[in-house]
Design a protein around this ligand. Structure first.
Ligand SMILES: Nc1ncnc2c1ncn2[C@@H]1O[C@H](COP(=O)(O)OP(=O)(O)O)[C@@H](O)[C@H]1O
Ligand SMILES: [Mg+2]
Length: 375
């Protein structure tokens, strides 16, 4: 019996590893690498040498387009020979550098074994006009699509989502990498209640310590130190010194995402002095005794003191004082929305999420999937 079980186990392991999920083989191999992201360069070099040339339809049946971002589109396809449904990320060669594609693919592959990060099949190729790689198909909407404007999503769903994304980000950071594009559009849902969510889109991910000389444009999720190297319209050069990519950039973005999904508002448009909403929050952060109710900026009055303490740490203006993403887990047992707001908001959010209502986007009218380019 024991021998039989061993054979069954070995057979299943073989099937799982070599037939369905070739990616696991790679992951086990590369887990031996250093936690400073240095293995990514080697993986990129090897992938470049073996990148096959084929047209999408030679290997896949295209069912439909299921998503689009600034850099590419995502197609629902089935593998022609195995029938497996997959999400194929397709990036036009005209607007994608080979190195950028290789970095995104190799970083995604390196991290895809985490349960809260989108899985990969180990399939990457180039066609005449595109670079492509196959991802696990996540059949649900992305988080942006389920946010009720001015309302958000139920606090219980927010907390489930927050714990999973914190775990994914801790994993990324432990590998010496930074995601750099944490936002609701890049969080994929397997169900409407955030019981299972997955972080996707490593298109801007980089090794910790990489220097950014400038970015073009800003997003509400970008930390103030990142906004100092943003080239605004009409500006020719940036005067601030280059910025080192650090996990604290993800911590800030994560804090902004939590605000957005709890409220259905962006807290500000950008973290610059010219933005009044940001200024109000920054003034509150700089106060010596920030717990006085009357000092709290209007948009933030709906939160409990415990939630404000958490936001104060995730969104610390001083990078050195900003907490790690994992610290949110110490706050999940506490209430985040004050009862009067909470009950009202929960009821609307729960009603809407039960009816599958699609709200479009958050109240501040900023289009989803607008991203900034790094030099
Ligand atoms: N694996 C997937 N399964 C299902 N939908 C996906 C998947 N990956 C991405 N999407 C959808 O496609 C959109 C664009 O994909 P993304 O990788 O973020 O592209 P970009 O780099 O252009 O932003 C996402 O916002 C999401 O809605
Ligand atoms: Mg995206």
């Amino acid at each position: 019996m024991a021998v039989y079980n061993l054979y069954v186990f070995l057979a299943l392991t073989f099937v799982e590893k070599y037939l369905f999920c070739p990616v696991h083989v790679c992951v086990q191999m590369i887990e031996l690498g250093l936690a400073d992201g240095s293995l990514i360069d080697e993986l990129m070099e090897l992938t470049a040498q073996s990148l096959s040339q084929l047209e999408i339809q030679e290997r896949f049946n295209i069912i439909k387009e299921i998503g689009r971002g600034k850099y590419g589109k995502v197609l629902l396809v089935t593998h022609r020979f195995r029938g497996t449904p997959m999400a194929l990320k397709v990036m036009p060669k005209a607007s994608t550098k080979l190195q950028g594609f290789l970095r995104e693919y190799c970083i995604s592959l390196h991290l895809s074994c985490h349960p809260c990060i989108v899985g990969l099949f180990g399939i990457a190729f180039q066609s005449n006009e595109h670079y492509c790689f196959a991802q696990e198909l996540v059949i649900g909407r992305d988080l942006f699509a389920v946010i009720q404007p001015k309302v958000g999503i139920p606090e219980s769903s927010v907390k489930r989502c927050v714990l999973q994304i914190a775990s994914a980000l801790e994993f990324i950071h432990s590998h010496g990498l930074v995601h750099r594009d944490v936002k609701p559009e890049n969080i994929l849902l397997l169900d409407n209640h955030c019981c299972q969510v997955k972080l996707a889109d490593f298109g801007l991910a980089q090794k910790r310590g990489t220097l950014i000389r400038f970015i073009t444009g800003t997003l509400p999720y970008m930390a103030p130190e990142l906004c100092t190297v943003a080239l605004m319209e009409g500006q020719k050069e940036v005067t601030a010194p280059p910025l080192s990519v650090e996990p604290s950039l993800d911590t800030w973005a994560f804090g902004v995402v939590i605000f957005c999904i709890l409220t259905g508002y962006f807290p500000w448009e950008r973290c610059m002095d010219s933005d009044d909403f940001y200024q109000e929050f920054a003034d509150w952060c700089r106060m010596e005794r920030p717990n006085n109710e009357e000092d709290i900026p209007p948009l933030w009055k709906r939160f409990t003191p415990e939630a404000m303490e958490m936001f104060g740490k995730l969104l610390a203006l001083d990078v050195g004082k900003r907490c790690t993403v994992g610290e949110v887990s110490t706050y999940v047992e506490k209430d985040w929305l004050k009862k009067v707001h909470g009950i009202e908001q929960q009821q609307t959010a729960e009603r809407n999420s039960a009816s599958g209502n699609n709200p479009g986007h958050c109240e501040m009218e900023i289009q989803p999937n607008t991203q900034s380019q790094t030099e």
